[in-house]
Design a protein. Structure first.
Length: 136
């Protein structure tokens, strides 16, 4: 089996997207901790409705989960292990605000599926469908 550059680049893209997502989620938490429920503009305190600040928490948790999955998938893609987790990490990179690299990572990870070593020692069976040969 010939090793190509595709899993390495896909892993690097996933890891970069994961780190950007973790930095954004950390920034959202810091904004919430600094602001709380009030803003102070030129000595005038403006109280924000609760649902605006709660929205930051609803954005932060999924962003953190997707970022961690993208980071883990990137590491496994570089190691060429666990194709399914690497592919899940590529899909998770789509939900990070920089979503264009996620598309590229999905493409590269899916094209380099045969370069990954199986987790349990058995390769997954080849898909059977339109345009695929049936296994006998």
């Amino acid at each position: 089996m010939k090793k190509t550059w595709m899993p390495g680049l896909a892993g690097t893209i996933n890891m970069a997207a994961g780190l950007v997502g973790l930095a954004l989620s950390f920034g959202l938490v810091m904004v919430y901790m600094m602001v709380g429920d009030a803003l102070n503009f030129a000595g005038v305190t403006v109280w924000l409705p609760f649902h605006i600040m709660a929205g930051l928490w609803w954005l932060t948790f999924p962003l953190t989960v997707c970022s961690a999955l993208a980071l883990a998938g990137g590491i496994l893609a570089i190691q060429r292990k666990a194709w399914a987790v690497a592919m899940a990490g590529s899909f998770a990179a789509l939900f990070i605000p920089v979503f264009l690299p996620g598309f590229i990572a999905i493409l590269l990870t899916s094209l380099s599926r045969n370069e990954f070593t199986p987790v349990n020692g058995n390769r997954a069976p080849a898909p059977v469908g339109i345009g695929c040969k049936e296994s006998e």
